[in-house]
Design a protein around this ligand. Sequence first.
Ligand SMILES: N[C@H](CCC[C@H](N)C(=O)O)C(=O)O
Length: 287
Amino acid sequence: MEIPFIKMHGLGNNYIYLDLFTLDINEKLLPTLAQRVSNVNTGIGSDGLIIIHPSDVAEVGMRIFNKDGSEGKSCGNGLRCTAKYAYEYGIVDKKKFNIETKAGLVEAEVFEHNGKAEHITINMGSPIFNRSSIPMAGEESEKVIKEPFLIDDSQLEVTAVSMGNPHAVFFVEKIEEAPLYDLGPSIEKDSRFPEGVNVEFIEVVSDRELNFRVWERGSGVTQACGTGACAAVVAATLNNHVARNETITVHLQGGDLKIKWDQENQVWMTGGAVITAIGTYYFHDKE
Ligand SMILES: N[C@H](CCC[C@H](N)C(=O)O)C(=O)O
């Protein structure tokens, strides 16, 4: 089967995108397709698969599948790339529009330069704190802020936030010493997170600046995680490390995002999006 695709990245967090406005594909195939195209040796190579699709409730819809085939409910870098593609390829004819995700509707705004979407702002909505909605096991509580968290003999403190997808945020002295590979996999699959969890390590640089690394649920270490950067700013605010209602610069491995958690409890994310390649993927029934 010949499958036309677009490869795009947001700060190096790269996905293979399928445009279901022009392509018809059996959605049962998507988890397997995500695993196949993500494989850098036998596929194209990516952090996963994103589906851009018609929506009854928004101008455009987006679904995200991680490298392991699991479906996430939202993806910040994917949303910026989806907005860029929708604007530049005529799916939408305006600069402000909604995108439907499994986590709900988000609002996108494209900032154009020479007809191209130079950078994109997404209103990622309100953070979710209560434990059962993260979801995280344990006594129901309003918030999980710097809760003791023992993992593989390491005593950590976790702040848990959902941006429609679950995030476990840990603060470290030096970002280069973050135990990304040592503890990321164990935390991701820890039973205290019944749906798994994205794992972020944050170094506070100032009250307007964070350094950030991520081990993503279903994809492992990626260059950037948009929902994770939002969760990091919310967690840093809850722990009084950064100022509320101010624009915080988050330095991710692949570049910077500007994040603001405003007084109306909306989290705004601004950053770039790049089209890397357009091509045809040849799906073989037998790998
Ligand atoms: N791994 C995430 C989905 C991708 C999120 C990330 N790439 C972003 O930019 O937000 C999850 O399973 O919830």
